[in-house]
Structure formats: C-alpha cells, structure tokens
Design a protein around this ligand. Sequence first.
Ligand SMILES: Nc1nc2c(ncn2[C@@H]2O[C@H](COP(=O)(O)O[C@H]3[C@@H](O)[C@H](n4cnc5c(=O)[nH]c(N)nc54)O[C@@H]3COP(=O)(O)O)[C@@H](O)[C@H]2O)c(=O)[nH]1
Length: 715
Amino acid sequence: MSATAERPAHILVVDDDPRLLNSLASLLRFRKYRVTEALGGVQACEKLRQLEFDVAMLDLRMPDIDGFGVMTEISRLQPDCGVVVVSGESGFTAVSRALRRGALDYIKKPYDPEELLTTLEAVLHQRSLVRAHAAIQCRLQKSEALHRYIVNSSPDIVFMLDKDGHFCFVNSKIKTVLGYAPDELLGSHFGAILDERDVSRGTHALKGPNISADNPRTLEVRLKARGSRKATRHFEITAFPIDPETWSHQDGTSTGHRDARFYGTARDVTERKEAEAFINFQAYHDLLTRLPNRALFKDRLNLAMTQAKRAGQELAVMFLDLDRFKVVNDTLGHAMGDRLLQAVAQRLDRCLRKGDTLSRFGGDEFTLLLPALNNHEDARRIARKLIEALRAPFQLGEHEVFVGVSIGIAMYPEAGDSLDQLIQNADIAMYHVKARGKDGYRFYSRSMCIDSANRLSLERDLRLALERDELRVFYQPQVCAVSGRTVGLEALVRWQHPEQGLLYPGDFLPLAEETRLISTLSEQVLAKACRDVGVWIRNGHPDLRLAVNLSPVQVEHPRFVESLMEQLEACDFPPQNLEIEITENVIMNDLDQISQKLRKLADFGIRIAIDDFGTGYSSLNYLHRLPIHTLKVDQSFVQGIRSGEDGACIVNAIVAMAHGLKLDIVAEGVENDVQLAYLRSLGCHQVQGFFYGRPAPADAVVGSLQNAPFRATAS
Ligand SMILES: Nc1nc2c(ncn2[C@@H]2O[C@H](COP(=O)(O)O[C@H]3[C@@H](O)[C@H](n4cnc5c(=O)[nH]c(N)nc54)O[C@@H]3COP(=O)(O)O)[C@@H](O)[C@H]2O)c(=O)[nH]1
C-alpha cells in the first residue's frame, strides 16, 4: 500500500476506457494509494514527464500510444518505476512481449480486485527490496571508494602478505615511491624488492616467534626501486599478523585478500636516514678532505690495538706533517691551501690498503694507521711510498707547487701501548725528521722522548757541557777498499757527561737542535776536529780528509758560509781537506739558497757529500745542479747486501749512478767481509763501518793512521 511507512505509493493508472480507468483508480484510492489517472498512452507519457511514480498499472491496447509505447517511455524517463500490465489480452505473445519489456506482472481483465491488490503489493514490496539493495550497494561503493582513497593516499606503503610472504595487496603509494605498479607485485615474494643486503634480515623478521598484533615487528630495511635508475631507499616497516578469526574476507574475493596473514606499512625514511648519515659523517670526518677526523682515527686505532694484541701482531701509527705547506698557504691564499690539502689527501689515500685509516688531524697534519703489520719493513715501505707520492708537483690553477712530507712512525707495542702514547710518539719522531731537514721518515725510539723534567735538566747540562768543554770528537775512518788505507775521517760528536758517562748524538742532538744550541756545539766540534786533523795533515798526511756532519739549522743560517770560512781560517785548516756531509732533505728545503751557499764553499775548495743517500728526497735532479763531490750510501742499503733484500739492488744502482756522474762514493755501515767483497766487486772504492773500526777518540786514531788497514777498538 505504501512505498514507505510515511509516504503512500504513487500509482499511475493508464486505460483508454474511462469507466475501467475510474473503477481501478477508485479501488486503489480506497486502499489509500496515491493515484494519478491517465486516459490513454499520450496522457500517460505527459504524466510520466511531470510526476514520479512507484508503479504504473498499464492497459496494453490503446488507440494513440499503446502500452508497449508507454513502457518504452517509462524505461527512458523513470527506470525505477515498476510496471504491472492490466489487459484484456491474454495471448502468449502479448504476455511474453510485456514481460520482456520489463513488466513485473500481468493481470488479465476482468480482474479480481483482491488478486490485483495482492499483485500490486507484491510488486511494491519487490520494488522496495530492489531499492534498498541499490541503496546498500551505493553505500558500499561509497564506503569502498572512501577506504580505497584513504589507503592509497596514505603517506606510507600499505601491504598485505600471505603466510609465505607473497603480496596479496599493496596500495598505489608504492608506484610513487618505488615505481612498481601494485598489480605487478601481487603474488611476488616481498623479498624480491628487498635490497640484497637486507634480504635475510627482512625475511626472518616475519618468522619471529613473538610477533603478534600487540607486538608488531618493526625493522628498518632498504627497498629496491624499480629499474636501475633510482637508488635504494630506506623504509621503516611495521608488520602485524592478521588474526584469521577477525579477518572477515576469508570466504574470498577475486583479489586474493583471503590469503592475507600479515598486514603492514612501510614508511619512507630515506630523508631522515640521509640526514642522520650526514650528521654522522660530519661528526667523524673532516669536511674539507672527507677523511676520518681525530675522533674516528682514535676509535679505529683503539680497535686495531685490541686486534693486534690478540693476534700478536704489530701495527704502525704514522704522523705526517707537510713541508712547505705554510709557504703555499701564505703566498697563494687559504683557498689554494685548501685545494692543496684535498689533492694531498687524495694522493696519500691512493697509496693505502683497504683496512688502513688516513685521517686529517688538523691543519697540515695527517695521521695514518696501518693495522696488522708483520714488521718494521712494511711500515718503512709505506712511508717511502707516501713520500714518493707527494714528490710530483701539484697544479693549483696556474701555479705549480711542491710540498714534501715529514713522517714519524710509532710501532705498537714497541713505541707505546696506549693510543695517546702512540700518536704522541709518532709526533715526536716526526719532529725529529723536521729537525734533520724534513721530507723523510723516522721510527720513534725511546731516546727521542725526553720528558719535560728530564728535558730541562738535560738542556741545563748541555749548556754547562758547552761551557765546561765536555764534548768529545770521535773519528771513524773512511778507507780505500782496494789498498786498505785510511783516506778520510768522519768526525762524530760524543758527550762525556759527568754522571751519565759517554752519551751518543742520538741522546742529545735533537735537543741541541730544538734549543738552537747546535750552532755552538757544531762550532766546538769543528774547532776540535780541525785542530786534531790539522795536526795530522801537517805531520805527513797531506791528503787526509776530514768529514763533518752539519745540521740543517746550521746550513739554513744566513751567515753559514762566512762563519764556516772564519772558523777554518782561525784553525788554519786547508779547505780542500774538508768534506761537509749534508742530507738530501736539507738541500730540498730551499734549493736556490742552498745551491748558492754550496757553490761558494765549493769555490773555496770545500768538498760536499750527500749523507744517507737514498733515504730522503732522492730527487736526482739536484745532483747535476749542485757542486756535489761524494755520495754516501746509507748503511741500511749496505746491510741489505747481507740479507739479500732490496738493499743490494739499490747499492748497485747508486754505485752505477755515481760512476756515471763521476762522483766519489762512500759506502757506510760496512760490517763484514761479504759486504766489503760485494762493494769492491761493484767498484765502490771507499768504505766506512765497524768492519774497519768503530768511531774512536783522537789518540786511538792517530797511531793507526800509518798502518793499513786501520783498526780501532773504541765505541
Ligand atoms: N750535526 C751533527 N751531527 C752529528 C755529529 N756527530 C754525529 N752526528 C749525527 O748523529 C748520527 C749518529 O751518529 P753516531 O751515533 O756517531 O753513529 C755513527 C756511527 O757510529 C754509525 N756507524 C758507523 N759504522 C757503522 C756500522 O758499521 N754499523 C752501524 N750499525 N753503525 C755504524 O753510523 C753513524 C755515522 O753515520 P753517518 O753520519 O750517516 O755517516 C750520525 O748519523 C750523524 O748524522 C755532529 O758533530 N754534528
């Protein structure tokens, strides 16, 4: 009777017979329906355009527009309006045609009023069910659209996995973030998009025993973007197991959600991770060179010391300080200085193995950790490599600059068993390289380290020693390898300390250099040596050569040439009998200045020898630019002859080169006849070393000058 409880159903009654029309309308009105009458098809179509109906009760045979025509209009104008045909026609064709056109029922005239009303009620009831269903469908669609919108607009990737970890659902966020279309992932295992480094951690995460809705699994993993264009991104994944009891889609849908056992979200945390990584990098790196900073260096050193201790191995800490960097910085400016530091860091870094740590310690200082070494030779090799790496000039814009590096080496455990001690001792060793003319390397030895109280008392003692004439000069012969005759004597300073006994240069020369007492010390040594050797020269050894060591501090002094010549004059010592020994590094500190000074000395007849040849700068370029007379092969190479290491090859090369350049050559540190025989076979005619005698005081030397071979027994 009614479309809803509040509103009576609106019925359109259509018939071309006024009497039948009226009677049907009255019957329906009597039953409280709202009725609109249409006398024929034309009127019915008009009413359909004006009003809304729940049901149309329709005659079929009408003169103007018949019932089928009206049904066409109904389905066009009001498809929700139900149609009940009330017709005198009862042939199969008419009935079936009416039903095919959408009529819900067919009542034959003359009708039974009760039967007609029952049919109408049933049609109205069916209409209301259809409408309710449509309303629910509509609400469902809206609800699903809303949820789809919420899920797809989520800032996170939302996903569902089956029990084995295959995707059952993934929202469209994955397309924006990683480039995958959700559909292409359905059915694939989630491990397929995990970065290789996180596959095992990621896949194990879901298998954990404690994972539950109250205790979701949260982990950070890297996910691969689709294709190779984009990099891996970082995600924080939170995954919950789905309780099969509460998951209402068990009965299945075409999307496969029914198998879902895990629900989760993946939040893109790449920006946060990158910011963290950058902050972390800043905290542990030097931003100019991108090398580890002090803090990271100390951390790695600590770890390496623990490992070395456990494995019973050595490690080396090197302290590197650039030579001549200050000049570049002061003359070309800080921007160029910065570029130089970057270029230096790159060159040094290229010399190292994967496990080594090069750090910028500050300014132009670098520290290097070489873990797990077998012996000192390993460290020595790297130090030489580093020095060599910086030898070639650096191109800074239009400027070509040269820097060198002074390297101090502290070996663990020999040079200390705490990290601060190792760094400090490497620094001390580096300082000794600087004091000896820069651009070289030295291993730390205990004699280098004088604590401040000792240092003060030693400095005071040294000042007193210079006043009280406690310095002694010892002489070591330089012998002709063929005749065994002594052709020269190297003067080597000793200190007869009143309490500590005889001290060697290594015990006090570094301090003398630091305190600038070296100038007075050298003057005293030279004066004594000139006096001693001068007497021997005058007493029948006119060609006897006196070799003296000069410190860089002396050579760099602006009055170096003048004061040396004044001293020789004062002692009446013939300049042509003097040979000064300087290291290559002294020369390279300021090639132009040194070259002028050496030329002046050479013009006076003084001979110039390069001491420790092969261990320092070794730029062969200076050899023909300077007035050099002698190369002294360093004792480390001579000792290599015995052990059959590289030393022998280097000696071969140095001797051949000296011959080519027509320079004299003196091999230092000859300790046995094997070395002597080898050197002789190379044509190295002058030798020096314990084989012929240790350095000895003047009175021990003088008697042996006549004899061949010379033999002294002192220290
Ligand atoms: N500026 C000055 N420097 C000086 C002076 N006197 C010495 N020195 C420098 O000190 C260095 C160490 O000297 P010293 O401890 O005297 O050692 C010399 C020799 O004893 C040692 N030597 C000689 N032969 C051998 C050998 O067969 N085996 C071996 N293990 N050692 C040996 O070598 C030192 C001499 O080296 P060099 O000078 O390179 O010829 C010394 O190196 C000087 O630089 C000084 O008055 N002023």
